[in-house]
Design a binder for this molecule. Sequence first.
Ligand code: ZN
Length: 84
Amino acid sequence: MLNVLRSGGHMMPEFDIHLQCTVCEGSGKIENLRHGVDAHGPWVDITDQECHECDEGFRYVGREYYDSVTDLKADYPESMVLRI
Ligand SMILES: [Zn+2]
């Protein structure tokens, strides 16, 4: 009589987790504001730069196991998840 308990036998779904970038607030772009004063007076120059902290507004966090998206969102409220 052998009762084998399999460890890791529960099938938890696996998720790819991306978090919204806090640097560019998920826009993927950063406003680069330059300003100064020259002979004609003060000037402002605004250019959009690609955010180097993320990929189009989202940063890849990693791959984790959760019972459900609800559980995952409890840990990562601002996340975008992909169920694998
Ligand atoms: Zn960013």
